[in-house]
Design a protein around this ligand. Structure first.
Ligand SMILES: NC(=O)c1ccc[n+]([C@@H]2O[C@H](COP(=O)([O-])OP(=O)(O)OC[C@H]3O[C@@H](n4cnc5c(N)ncnc54)[C@H](OP(=O)(O)O)[C@@H]3O)[C@@H](O)[C@H]2O)c1
Length: 396
């Protein structure tokens, strides 16, 4: 019998601490018990004190992610495991996923490392399907807004009688910065791409997270948006987006699991979004004017300063079409707070609460936010902070 409803592993990291703050103050705090977990007891004790100061008292579990017995003991104490210890490919995330898949324990992480995600799919999808564990990958700004946005656009297109043939997203705002953990994940991505561990085609396969999927368009690239151009559907100039390679692979897994292939996906960012971010940074002198500079080479545990966490925001428009001009749908997903950190910590926490408290679709497996939870998660996010955090709008 699990002692805790939620166990947050990686609570000592930059995002982990933001999740602690959000859960400690959550209005539904009376509906769940929780514990923080990690490898360093002193750091965990400090984080617990900060939660207690905010009116909540999580348990503490010292666990070594590299040690399977230690991981199994932690997982057996949880109904839902939330994991913010990354880079996941280097922090033994697979041990935690394995224990959850076997025991039928729901799990979510913030991974964007496609080679790690693919390994989990190969090794644990069937096991998790059998046990009923929902293993939800990419449960932050990578890739919830893109993934739920595409799902909403397809739903809206279907309500007009259309089948999706092409989907695409354009971020029109993405204002924030990055953390030490994200920097380490980017370095891990570079290392794996330069190593000989995988065939070169593995890294450029847009459907790497949808094994067995047939490509409908051989020219489709990983992000799907390769050059700066005017897009008539979005009525904006868009170009390549550095987070698109993460999101596009995840969205294509959703399209595959949802039975929507062959349907293409592309993701870019508008020129206006870069101008908005540049203005936010410049107007505060990169944080020097407000006494909290943005760290340009953040170490583990460091990330955007509090003023940027609050001033940040994101907005993505998503278009779905039948491909033969008979139907299209346009939706928008927007949110407040630095996308990768304050906003991610809220999305991730709410996703954990959806797994625990809400009436979720049946079935387990190594899934995406949209395929694991879909409209239920969308509703929870739209209601969080009395509707002031995230909005989902149908535009046409
Ligand atoms: N999907 C998204 O939208 C999104 C957004 C933001 C971040 N992320 C990802 O989230 C992850 C965390 O980012 P962050 O900035 O919070 O990182 P961070 O500050 O460096 O925190 C890393 C956490 O992992 C733990 N850890 C590190 N190495 C470990 C190991 N070998 N075994 C067990 N635990 C280990 C650390 O524990 P100690 O404190 O004991 O060192 C710490 O709790 C990164 O992978 C990042 O890319 C994703």
């Amino acid at each position: 019998m699990a002692t805790y409803d939620i166990v947050l592993h990686g609570a000592t990291g930059f995002v982990g601490q933001l999740v602690v703050d959000y859960l400690a103050r959550h209005p539904e705090g009376g509906r769940f018990s929780w514990a923080i977990a990690g490898r360093n007891p002193e750091k965990l004790a400090r984080i617990k004190s900060s939660a207690v100061a905010q009116g909540s008292e999580p348990g503490v579990i010292v666990a070594q992610a590299a040690d399977k017995a230690s991981v199994e003991a932690m997982v057996s104490d949880a109904r839902v495991v939330l994991n913010t210890a990354g880079p996941y490919s280097e922090c033994h995330g697979d041990n935690i996923v394995g224990a959850c898949a076997v025991s039928g324990t729901h799990y979510a992480d913030l991974s964007g490392e496609y080679w790690y995600q693919r390994r989990l799919i190969d090794e644990y999808h069937e096991e998790a399907d059998r046990s009923g564990a929902k293993i939800v990958l990419a449960a932050g700004v990578d890739s919830i807004p893109s993934d739920l946005g595409v799902q909403l656009a397809i739903e809206h297109l279907a309500s007009k009688g259309g089948q999706p043939r092409h989907t695409k997203s354009l971020f029109t705002s993405y204002a924030g910065s990055f953390s030490g953990g994200t920097r380490r994940s980017m370095q891990a991505r570079k290392r794996i791409a330069q190593s000989s561990e995988y065939e070169p085609g593995f890294h450029t396969d847009p459907y790497v997270l949808a094994p067995g999927a047939k490509r409908s368009d051989e020219s489709e690239t990983v992000s799907g948006w390769v050059s700066r151009r005017f897009d008539a559907d979005f009525r904006r100039i868009g170009g390549p987006f550095f987070m698109a390679p993460i999101n596009a692979r995840v969205v294509r897994r959703s399209l595959a699991l949802g039975g929507h292939l062959p349907c293409t996906y592309a993701e870019g960012i508008s020129t206006g979004a870069w101008l908005k971010t540049s203005w936010l940074w410049l107007s505060r002198g990169f944080g020097y004017f407000v006494g909290a500079p943005i760290p340009m080479k953040p170490e583990s545990g460091q990330g955007p300063p509090p003023w940027l966490q609050r001033a940040g925001n994101f907005c993505v428009r998503v278009h779905a079409s039948t491909g033969d001009r008979t139907g299209s749908a346009l939706v928008e997903v927007q949110g407040a707070g630095d996308p990768g950190y304050l906003a991610t910590s809220k999305m991730f926490s709410e996703l954990g609460l959806t797994l625990l408290l809400d009436d979720t679709p049946p079935g387990g497996g190594v899934l995406t936010p949209a395929t694991a939870l879909g409209p239920v998660l969308r509703q929870r996010l739209a209601e969080a902070e009395e509707g002031k955090f995230m909005q989902f709008r149908i535009l046409s």
